[in-house]
Write a protein that binds this ligand. Sequence first.
Ligand code: UT7
Length: 400
Amino acid sequence: MASNKKHLTPTPSATGIYAHIVGWGMAVPENIMTNDDMASIVETNDEWIHSRTGIRERRIASEKESTATLGYRAAQRALEVADILPVDIDLIIVATSTPEHIFPSTASLIQDWLGASKAGGFDLSAACSGFVYALNMAAQSIKSGSIQTAVVIGAETMSRVLDWQDRGTCILFGDGAGAVVLRASTQQGGILSSVLRSDGGGADLLCIPTNNVRDLNGHKVQKMFMVGSEVFKFATRVVNQSIREAVDLAGIQLEDIDLIVPHQANMRILQSAARKLKIDLDRFMSNVDRYGNTSAASIPIALCEAVEQGRIHDNDYLAFVGFGGGLSWASMVLQWGVPEPEQHTTRLGQQRRQLSYTLARWRNRINKVRRNVSQFFNRIRPNAGRIFRLQRKIEQDEIL
Ligand code: UT7
């Protein structure tokens, strides 16, 4: 058990403004792919996958699902818990390695679907560390006083970029999304510290090329590539170091951390981190067995399940740690505690959110129709002008 932390005074915010997680939500595809299913695609088996990774099954997006639709559903649930209206959101950040497009951002699509008409939005690319990076960016904007409310989403459809012939990678990953609502408050706590790091020297160890990259035969290469054993070594090295740094920055002690919510890549990485940190493995949240590695979505999904399972209480100290492509890694320490006014979902709030989603759908449709009509008139206008000029010429000729 963690020590009594009531006496602790974590590093205060310089502005007196704190960024608290006041809502959380997740969305995963219904379609489950087990290790046995995987064995019918590549040469592998449940025993190998489970003993080397801890994974039993993962979720795979249907044709109708995408990074944006999963992220949208997770964000809706997070808004529900926070009881916040889309119009009150100032910023939406989507951490993803599998965006819908290079641009527009997935965040822009979700902003539109939510009807978050006063929000800015952008995607953030930091692979499996992306959610912690994004949460840090949003928390800093809130603590500086420039915004009040942010929605931070980690969303992925890894199944669309996997090389389904490479058993070293395709067995590891899954699809899903998690989201949190971050809100300004004068109540102490919330996001206390972050440590963000990158080492581009390892860029070729874990990579998803864009569609500009071609092989020697000129064919597009857009599949994930990973040197698993090297990434494994890197992960076991950085996880405990960066958690220690974030704990120091927060002004607390390692033994005060009640729960570590790590990126869900491999159970053996968590076991190694627990050994190095001298922390019981049961203080690490893990659900890698049911979802595999969902990259930037894994931490918010694990957070949601930890809350659901009653593993997080008011005033608890949590640590998040992400690591992956870049190479990149990031740790964060926060003190849990939802400020009072946000604690109950009101029926009126629920109805107003539904209205916002419906209006957003209609606004989107009407805008499309309006643009099509205007394009139609733009196309025929030059001809109309020509006909008009011809007519005038004929009339003038007749006069002459
Ligand atoms: O989210 C981003 C961060 N990513 C990670 O953290 C992933 C880090 N890496 C890992 O988790 C591990 O390196 C893997 C799970 C990917 C691989 O585990 P490993 O213990 O490092 O295995 P390995 O790559 O060294 O391969 C060991 C053996 C090889 O056979 P030989 O050469 O010893 O005969 C592989 O060919 O296991 C074989 N193998 C498999 N066998 C059955 C590799 N993949 C499979 C498989 N099924 N799916």
